[in-house]
Design a protein. Structure first.
Length: 464
């Protein structure tokens, strides 16, 4: 097929315009973003600029030797495909500036996660998503794609290390308590970065061996792989839930319960069903309750939030024998995989305990005083960061602030509203009004805590 240099030039010009638009959108408003978003957008912008410079070079190569057109035309297609795949993330990352994400919460979770061995220096790139769900992009897949493309166009800057890309629903992005669910996505990041799958591999094989016995040896590679994939996926979800509670405290479990909209009047049949990628809600909250108890929080919660703990108890007390996993393609294997997974749960608990050994939010007498001090401050409409409580000045750290504020909102809001004049509104909008106020005061307290940490860590300089 003869080479049409002009046609290839037009194609390159259209591609240039497309990539230039991405480069320009990635630029600007850097000070309005957290450092992770800044550095990731900077990386994308530089990669796009190098792509722009590469296109005229490719066209010039064709002009000098038209025979190269057969090689370069697929390169154009590859460039378009690559930037089309990244196109959907640039605007959501740019939109997630500090006015539309709970920055102090993310900074606090980032600080806690960095105490996990293997996650030192990690940062979270938050982006808005149209889905009413939270999720994380797998770094290995994205890094491999970007590194491969960079090598083709001669771009030498490395992919940002230890940057987790976490999607949050745009409608919930500015809120505080709902976004505690980001802690679960941090669990997915840790699962990948710390190679938790490798730590569980032998335990998964042992769990399958105990259930399938000799049959496991004779199983086809496809069937065995299917079973391993189920146990690995379910294990990752339980690991992430437990790690989120270890990092943030029981506030994660409360936020998760509210996000799922589960109540004690739900149909138990809805709560026992496993999916291919996720365990049942009953199984997950069984793990939640065990994790909360292991950290010493449960008795406090039963008093502070009886209605919520009642629902958690109801879910966790559903017998594992009632859990259901059905798959039409693997009808015989599915229930045995479920049985093997239940035998794996203690091992997952052990891995979480080891992973979070340096950052677990355990309950003790000091935490008890912090929670009481937060409650007292919020009851007076005061930002609960540095609080005078029982004639002592208490500087409350992030997890005490976060858990104390959520407990107060759930069960003690009347302490605030009974002596503060409320707007003339209906009950629902009034509750939302006070939720917004409590979240605002709590975010300010988290910001104060983060600034104290920066001063101790960097002598008062910014981490950015």
């Amino acid at each position: 097929m003869p080479c049409d240099v002009d046609a290839l030039t037009r194609e390159a010009a259209a591609l240039f315009q497309f990539v230039k638009g991405i480069a320009e959108y990635s630029h600007g408003y850097e000070v309005a973003h957290l450092p992770a978003n800044q550095s990731f957008l900077s990386y994308l912008r530089k990669l796009a600029v190098r792509t722009e410079r590469c296109l005229p070079e490719l066209v010039e190569t064709i002009r000098e030797d038209p025979e190269f057109s057969a090689v370069i035309r697929p390169v154009f297609s590859g460039i378009r495909a690559f930037w089309s795949s990244l196109h959907r993330f640039v605007k959501p990352i740019q939109d997630a500036h500090t006015l539309y994400i709970p920055s102090p919460l993310i900074q606090s979770l980032e600080h806690l996660a960095q105490r996990i061995p293997g996650l030192k220096g990690s940062r979270f790139v938050v982006f808005h998503t149209l889905d009413v769900n939270y999720y994380r992009l797998r770094n290995a897949n994205l890094k491999k794609r970007c590194d491969g493309f960079a090598s083709i166009i001669g771009f030498e800057e490395p992919f940002p290390e230890k940057h987790a890309l976490i999607g949050v629903p745009y409608s919930l992005a500015p809120t505080l308590f709902s976004n505690v669910l980001i802690a679960h996505e941090i669990g997915h990041f840790a699962f990948e970065e710390v190679s938790i799958a490798d730590q569980l591999a032998d335990k998964i094989d042992k769990a399958l061996q105990e259930v399938f016995g000799e049959r496991l040896r004779d199983m086809t590679e496809s069937d065995r792989g299917w079973c391993v994939d189920r146990l690995r996926a379910w294990s990752e979800e339980i690991f992430c839930d437990r790690l989120a509670i270890a990092l943030a405290g029981p506030v994660f479990s409360f936020a998760f319960l509210e996000f799922l909209d589960i109540s004690g009047v739900s149909d138990p049949a809805d709560e026992v069903q496993f999916a291919a990628s996720h365990p049942s809600d009953a199984c997950r909250f069984h793990a939640h309750l065990d994790q909360i108890k292991s950290q010493g929080w449960w008795e406090r919660l039963r008093v502070a939030a009886p209605e919520i703990t009642k629902t958690i108890t109801w879910l966790s007390e559903i017998e594992p024998t009632k859990y259901v996993y059905a798959d039409e393609q693997k009808a015989e294997l599915a229930p045995k995989c479920l049985a093997a997974f239940l035998g794996l749960l203690p091992a997952i608990k052990e891995v979480v305990a080891t992973t979070a050994a340096e950052c677990t939010a355990n309950y003790n007498d000091e935490v008890c005083l912090d929670l009481d001090a937060v409650s007292e401050a919020l009851a007076q409409g005061v930002v609960p960061s540095t609080v005078v409580y029982k004639e002592c000045v208490r500087r409350i750290e992030a997890r005490g602030i976060l858990n104390g504020a959520y407990f107060f909102y759930l069960c003690e809001l009347d302490r605030l509203t009974r002596h503060v004049k409320s707007p003339d509104r209906d009950a629902v909008s009034l509750r939302a009004f006070w939720l917004e106020k409590i979240e605002m005061w709590t975010l300010k307290a988290l910001e104060d805590d983060h600034l104290r940490w920066l001063k101790e860590e960097y002598g008062g300089t910014s981490a950015a």
